[in-house]
Design a protein around this ligand. Sequence first.
Ligand code: CIZ
Ligand code: SF4
Length: 319
Amino acid sequence: PAEKQALRARIKDLLVREDAVLVAHYYTDPELQSLAEETGGCVSDSLEMARFGNAHPARTLVVAGVKFMGETAKILNPEKRVLMPTLEATCSLDLGCPADTFTAFCDQHPDHTVVVYANTSAAVKARADWVVTSSIAVDVVDHLAGLGEKVIWAPDKYLGGYVQKVTGADMILWDSSCIVHEEFKSRGILDLKKQFPDAAVLVHPESPASVVEIADAVGSTSQLIAAARDLPNERLIVATDRGIFYKMQQAAPGKIFMEAPTAGNGATCRSCAHCPWMAMNALDNLAHVLEHGGEEIFVDEDVRVKAMVPLQRMLDFSA
Ligand code: CIZ
Ligand code: SF4
């Protein structure tokens, strides 16, 4: 603990020295989330991370999260230096949607509007008409369906299927998924509910449809935190990365949070409900990058300019 305190103090000094602000995702280590809060940075979902970084005057943004979040920060802030604790932190959705195959796929459906989830590379965003996060996916697709547009959705098939079901939009879904959320099992959750019948089930829509079906609240990370606060239930079973418990406990002090089971037998998995890439962000690599640089995000200028268009559309839509 003394060592950890010293490391935290050093990071605070380095943030000042480097004119840097720390932006941390809800799924990162609570150490990083609390440090972001204590130093005037922010803890949020990918949409709010983008907004915050864009509005903040610091010359360096340090993004504790995964690579697409760093790229989004760079696309919106080309004049700023964007660092990450490690560039190795990626996402199965980003990996599951390579830009060349995706571009070819879009070219086969020229009459479709291309909507991509924020969890994609800058190059994939550059091919899109819209970027959305899970907090506004339903609203954007509903808007497009209202205009009579047909939609290509990528990359998350479960979130896409959920959006399709809610909006009734005409959608073609790319076939990829989040390795964390796809592991949640409705059987295990129902077994747990037998033990705790008054628990509410909170589900992120990157989870399979069978899990979404048994939810008391479905939504993005920010929406689930609000649901944890607003639902009357004392006990909550949560089907998303357990990093979110840090903020849920702040929003709903005194409530009891349980990880949704990732195995069909009802046993709670102690390591599955946590993104391995989010977990790569830590105090030591954060201190290292602030002290020595490296792990900096660069985006080709032509890609950046193209990707800016659908990203700005998202920010304007949700303003
Ligand atoms: O699963 C993710 O990576 C999420 C929920 C990102 C986000 O939109 O904050
Ligand atoms: Fe990607 Fe899933 Fe990790 Fe989010 S939790 S960064 S969607 S792999």
